[in-house]
Design a protein around this ligand. Sequence first.
Ligand code: FAD
Length: 374
Amino acid sequence: MHTVIVGGGVIGLATAWRALAAGLDVTVVDPEPASRASHASAGMLPPANEQLHDDEPLRRLYLASRERYPSFVAELEEVSGRSTGHRRDGVLDVALDAAAMADLDRAHRFHQAHGIRTETLTAEECRAYEPRFAPSVRGGLLAPDDGAVDPRRLTAALLAAIERLGGTLVTDRATDVLIEGRATGVRLAGGGTVTGDRTVLAAGCWTHLLGGLPPGVVPEIRPVKGQILRLRSDEPFLTRTTRGFLGGSAVYLVPRADGELVVGATYEERGYDTTVTAGGLAELLDKARAVLPDVTGLAFAEVSAALRPGSPDDRPLIGATSVPDLLLATGHFRIGVQLCAVTADALAALLSGDELPAPARPFAPTREAGVGAH
Ligand code: FAD
């Protein structure tokens, strides 16, 4: 069975690796693999976010991916011989105002109800963990079993694993999906076609723009711009992944072992624009400084902007479409790095002739938008 996967972001690459591991033949088509949202992403792997509080199916999917992540990454590191920068040394949420303190209480009750270990911390305890925190940090919530992954290392490891398992990478853009009663592959911008028994579309917020798709088969995937900043110091400036909550919004600060500190991110609906703006940068720096006043002394390393793939109901699309042999793996919005493990397993199961695993079933692309949401 030969599978063609369009899109080599974290979702397409993870799917390719798991399909190869299941013994399938795979070709990934992408002009520039691992270059878009997956390249910009912070790779934060927190135990939950507020989107999950009221959405039981998404919560089940998310928690299934959280449980799967350590073995997913361990196997990938072994096969690829590369580190993914995965760390499970805690995610610390800190509140800087009264409303945020109330939200942390709510989050703590949510974690307790779902078997996620979290500890509430006083302001002094937060500062004992992270002495650089601002005096305005009022209290926190530590999730000791959670952490982050470095998406750039993760995708490099996925590419290495795909190569090692005999997968093929075609560095060209797919223009059209070939459909003759069923999907049979794609046409390439550079000329020629790649054909296969199954075609998986994992082209992020560009998925619905592919030619040849019958109307209504792939919903519009909305680009949601995120600007993100990378700073650098000789020694790690922060010891663990931190989210700061203030004035109804959040900033996250993800340290890497090599001294990089990722500060993210904005949420902007501006179509396919990826301009880095002075306002975006100012917003990130202001929020980071509210949590860590000394952050402005760090060296500037990089600022980038990329597009999160948002489906009509902001939930992923995983599985078969109404066109035979055409599958989707997209719409992961702001949690695609977190969900890549469970998505890849689900697609590999389907491609191997098994049923979609239970946590992924509510996310079938043929659902009505919002069905299954609570
Ligand atoms: P992309 O990474 O966008 O990949 C799509 C791929 O498709 C690209 O490589 C592109 O070249 C290719 N493509 C497009 N058109 C074609 C075509 N016609 N033919 C062939 N290939 C094509 N998620 C988390 O879980 N944790 C985080 O901390 C986090 N932080 C984020 C921070 C920012 C600033 C942003 C922007 C996103 C963040 N996300 C995070 C979200 C996460 O990055 C995305 O959900 C995820 O990367 C989506 O992966 P993808 O493979 O679907 O899309």
